[in-house]
Design a protein around this ligand. Structure first.
Ligand code: FAD
Ligand code: DLZ
Ligand code: SF4
Length: 515
């Protein structure tokens, strides 16, 4: 039976269930570079280059493994521009008896695949994506089990038990499930800090870089000094370097930020995990092995494992459970456009200039920059959560909707009203000052709330608290800021709110803040 197996750009894994039982002699693997996928948002140039180059290298790896690969390039003059259009052309080229495909990673593409059977009149077998720890049914069973709130921590413990990761019998290693309290240290730059490996472009990548530079010149971001891995072999080298050099201090400095230090002790593996070059569960097992061999402390290893089998799996569960309308939620009724400098980094707020600048240069920023700098600021100014979501989907190399949307709209913007996070992730400048060296290099004074040189985060924070008292005033986890706000004199409150209003009206007028 002749089989057509489409492999999408985030399915660059040899062990997909769709390939599992196929006979290479009777199978065509179809890979498609299509305009629709490159433009459904204005992806960062580096993200497009990474995905297309990784796809081309993966096609070579599949051929080396004995598969027949039909690869459609973006500049093929007959390219129809869409997955469905390319399946139509492949069906007429190869006349398959059936299509076997691994389920898509997002609602938009899942809807396309659902239509193929009727459109093409041949059976379409959609197989589960086994690169995740929890199946959809497992997440739903857990979520439906009489829970008032869906708390990541409880789900994470189920995943720990399921995988046996960091378990000593029935008990968590070190007798604690969570070492987050040990993991909030500020960092200091030094010459011994680990650096991710650099993978200079080969011929294939260079051809893709040239294509992207011409065709996506109006997309954000830079292609300069492109050095991401684009093969499973090189991604594996980066993983090995992370385990050897950075994992031991990953936990301690997980939330730290430093000027000019773009990676700190983070793994920079998310692009490879999300596109399929690395297996997340395998990475967790290897992290555990570092702990068991006393080469990495438990706070680091538990922190790493939590991010992957906890947060990553939880986000996927929420995405599929909440449905295609999740993207339109706007619990706080926020509608302000994002300032134009989110696409240039041209702001005098140093923390934002750093986070956005590095994002435009590398298509990567680490978690606390995404959550407590760009995300925090967008939330404090009341930015439209759907636009914020589109920005994150555009600019990050690891951004696919299933993981980016619940992180952005849910965790970062509280757009789902508290489903992902039980309180909004907001802070004044004090948090950024504690966790970074940004404020010492900023033209604003982080200690001041009022005045031309006052850190904008301060008045914005209290203005947010005041604005949302009806929504959040009864939230137990917000009790402290509301008590502090209530203790302020009426004059102090009015002065703070006037300061925030001045900032916001300047932002609206100019697209920038500059006092
Ligand atoms: P490390 O700090 O080394 O963490 C280890 C791994 O844990 C990561 O590689 C990643 O696979 C996983 N991980 C950590 N946190 C999360 C999380 N919250 N959700 C899912 N996985 C997590 N991550 C994405 O993979 N894609 C996204 O589009 C994305 N968008 C985000 C948007 C916002 C607003 C926020 C706050 C976070 C977002 N994250 C996203 C999570 C996190 O920022 C990135 O996974 C991380 O920065 C990737 O860099 P790293 O590989 O060095 O991670
Ligand atoms: C993100 C992306 C881009 C930029 N380009 C392609 C492409 O040309 N071909 C492809 O197969 N996939 C691409 N992708 C990734 C897809 O958008 C991703 O596979 C879908 O999100 C499926 O869930
Ligand atoms: Fe950011 Fe305020 Fe610190 Fe400047 S002072 S870096 S604006 S938190």
């Amino acid at each position: 039976m002749k089989t057509l197996i489409p492999v999408l750009g985030d399915q660059l894994t040899m062990t997909l269930l769709s390939l599992n039982d196929a006979d290479p002699a009777d199978t065509v693997v179809l890979m498609m570079e299509v305009a629709d996928e490159t433009t459904y948002v204005r992806h960062h140039k580096r993200k497009i280059a990474y995905i297309l180059s990784a796809m081309r290298h993966h096609a070579d790896a599949l051929r080396d493994a004995g598969w027949t690969v039909d690869y459609v390039t973006l500049d093929d003059p007959d390219n129809s521009g869409s997955f469905t259009g390319e399946i139509a052309r492949a069906v007429s080229r190869h006349a398959p008896d059936r299509i076997v495909v691994t389920e898509a990673g997002e609602w938009r593409v899942a809807a396309m695949i659902d239509a193929w059977e009727t459109l093409f009149g041949i059976p379409v077998d959609i197989r589960p994506d086994t690169r995740f720890v929890a199946t959809h049914a497992e997440f739903d069973d857990w979520a439906n089990d009489g829970r008032v709130e869906l708390t990541m921590e409880w789900f994470y413990r189920v995943m720990r038990r399921k995988t046996g990761l960091l378990m000593d019998g029935n008990q968590p290693a070190g007798d604690r499930w969570n070492f987050d309290k040990d993991n909030r240290k500020p960092a200091r730059a030094d010459l011994l800090m680990p650096r991710p490996l650099s993978f200079p472009p080969d011929k294939t990548t260079q051809a893709v870089l040239d294509l992207v530079a011409t065709r996506f010149a109006d997309h954000p971001g830079s292609l300069d000094a492109f050095d991401y891995a684009v093969t499973a072999v090189d991604a594996e080298r980066q993983a090995a370097a992370f385990f050897a050099n950075a994992l031991p201090q990953f936990g301690d400095f997980e939330d730290a930020m430093l000027t000019g230090e773009r990676h700190l002790w983070h793994s920079i593996l998310s692009p490879y995990i999300n596109s399929g070059l690395l297996d997340p569960l395998d990475l967790c097992r290897r992290a555990e092995a570092e702990y068991r061999a006393s080469r990495a402390p438990l706070n680091s290893v538990e922190g790493y494992v939590r991010q992957i089998i906890g947060w990553r799996e939880f986000m996927r569960g929420i995405y599929w459970r909440e449905g295609p309308d999740y993207v339109d939620r706007n619990a706080l009724d926020h509608h302000r456009p994002l300032p134009g400098w989110y696409w240039t980094g041209d702001t005098d707020m140093h923390c934002l200039a750093e986070a956005i600048g590095q994002t435009l240069d590398t298509a990567h920023a680490h978690h606390i920059q995404r959550l407590m700098v760009t995300g925090n600021f967008a939330l404090l100014i009341g930015a439209d959560p759907k636009q914020v979501h589109e920005w994150y989907l555009e600019v990050y190399i690891d951004a696919y909707e299933w993981v980016e949307l619940p992180n952005t709209l849910g965790m970062s913007q509280f757009g789902d009203g508290g489903l992902v996070g039980s309180k909004p992730y907001i802070s004044s400048g004090a948090y950024i000052d504690r966790m970074s060296d940004y404020c010492g290099r900023c033209r604003y004074n982080v200690k001041k709330r009022i005045g031309d040189d006052a850190c904008p985060f301060n008045a914005l924070y209290w203005d947010f608290i005041a604005r949302h008292e009806d929504n959040l005033g009864r939230n137990r986890r917000m009790a402290m800021p509301y008590r502090t706000w209530a203790k302020q004199s009426d004059d102090a409150k009015a002065e703070t709110r006037a300061q925030a209003a001045r900032f916001l009206s300047r932002l609206d007028a100019s697209g920038d803040a500059g006092y």
